[in-house]
Design a protein around this ligand. Structure first.
Ligand SMILES: *Cc1c(COP(=O)(O)O)cnc(C)c1O
Length: 395
């Protein structure tokens, strides 16, 4: 089976984790801050707070920005459910912004229209969470200028975009956002098994997130309500969680980080090759990459020229039968039963729904060979022909 994504673990990675196993610290040792410093430095961000997943990072980012009951948080429907769930964890009201079909990212015009309406209705969001779909940054400069105008905070969900850049600068520098989130799940660009990170240029937000990841506890005397009782003393000054990353995970992440540039380059080479192969298949269109973006290519997505669920379904099913793990990213979040129970309805975000009937994710990871890529494209072409004939219609 050719998977749709796959981690690449080297002997160096294995040795790095074993070294931690033999050390004094399995968690809360030196590796976590070392990993944080490396990522912050690479991204030109002031602070990085490592946690046990991007989901946790999104949660504490919302809390640090004081999202609470009654507040509104907007995100993209074309994402993993975690991008929206983080707001629900805080008791906030979630809403979505429809997407740009060319990129799969949220549409800035749709955002602006929705903001104008919300201003009239008194329902402006406290936080907007743009998701850098498939590894390509959203148009952050435009989003930041709307944030200034309408007074909301911005959390970038850059789970897909570790190693990507925007306007020649690394995603994660928080130039246009308050906080930026990375995921180190094995299917993402680099992995720490489970793991995530929240980057920010604000010392206050960083400190709040550090407290939230560890029970709301502090050992810093200036943060305490009374003088320290002694060297054992700590205080709980807020309600936090155990969202800590382990040193085992950080050591793996650090070791993987040394390959980040190579991984992103390799994904880009493979994506360019897919683009060239797809040029000969008029029924398929790859997603567009904007000229001011370098995508980290977490996913390689092609769109059918027209929405056609039966053909799409047959293609993905057939490819899987042939040992090619084609996939679909994403089921629009507002169509999930849980979100339907909250009152969302089909038809509310037509571009995301249209996209969901056209998108196909093809396998992409460093280590995918040219021969495998040829096989994938040939199989796709054959399946497309069969599906089109069976459907008895042109695509
Ligand atoms: C993977 C992913 C997450 C969650 O990441 P975890 O590290 O698994 O919690 C959040 N948002 C997006 C867009 C993702 O793809």
């Amino acid at each position: 089976m050719i998977p749709y994504g796959k981690q690449q673990i080297s002997e160096q990675d294995v040795a790095a984790v074993i070294e931690v196993l033999r050390s004094d610290w399995l968690t809360q040792g030196p590796k976590v801050p070392e990993f944080e410093h490396k990522i912050a430095e690479y991204c030109h961000a002031g602070y990085a707070v490592a946690v046990n997943s991007a989901t946790s990072a999104l949660h504490i980012a919302c809390l640090a920005l004081q999202v609470g009951p009654g507040d509104r948080v907007w995100t993209s429907p074309n994402s993993f459910v975690a991008s929206a769930n983080c707001a629900l964890y805080c008791g906030a009201i979630v809403d979505f912004i429809d997407i740009d079909l060319q990129t799969g990212n949220l549409c800035v015009q749709a955002l602006e229209q929705k903001l104008q309406q919300a201003k009239q209705d008194g329902t402006l969001p406290k936080v907007v969470i743009p998701v850098h779909f498939a590894g390509q940054s959203c148009p952050m400069e435009a989003i930041a200028s709307l944030a200034d105008r309408y007074g909301f905070a911005v959390i970038e969900d850059a789970s897909h975009a570790v190693g990507a850049s925007y306007q020649q600068r690394p995603v994660g520098d928080c130039r246009y956002s308050d906080i930026c989130i990375f995921s180190f799940h094995p299917v993402k660009i680099i992995t720490s098994a489970e793991g995530g990170m929240a980057l920010t240029n604000s010392p206050q937000l960083a400190r709040t997130m550090q407290q939230l990841r560890s029970h709301g506890i502090t050992s810093i005397e200036t943060e305490m309500t009374e003088p320290s009782h002694g060297p054992w003393y700590y205080q709980q000054i807020g309600l936090g969680f155990n969202y800590r990353m382990t040193d085992l995970q950080a050591a793996l992440g650090l070791s993987q980080f040394t390959e980040l540039t190579r991984f992103v380059e390799s994904r880009n080479v493979l994506a360019r090759r897919y683009n060239e192969l797809c040029q000969h298949i008029p029924q398929l269109e790859p997603l567009k990459i904007q000229s001011d973006c370098l995508s980290s290519y977490h996913l390689y997505v092609v769109l059918l020229q027209q929405a056609n669920r039966p053909v799409q379904r047959q293609l993905i099913t057939k490819l899987r039968q042939l040992g090619i793990m084609a996939h679909l990213h994403y089921i629009p979040i507002h169509l999930q039963p849980y979100y339907q129970q909250l009152g969302f309805q089909a038809g509310q975000f037509p571009q995301a729904e249209n996209y969901y009937q056209r998108a196909i994710t093809l396998p992409l990871y460093p280590g995918l060979t040219a021969a495998e890529q040829d096989l994938i494209i040939e199989s796709l072409q054959a399946c497309l022909l069969a599906a089109t004939e069976q459907a008895g219609q042109g695509l």
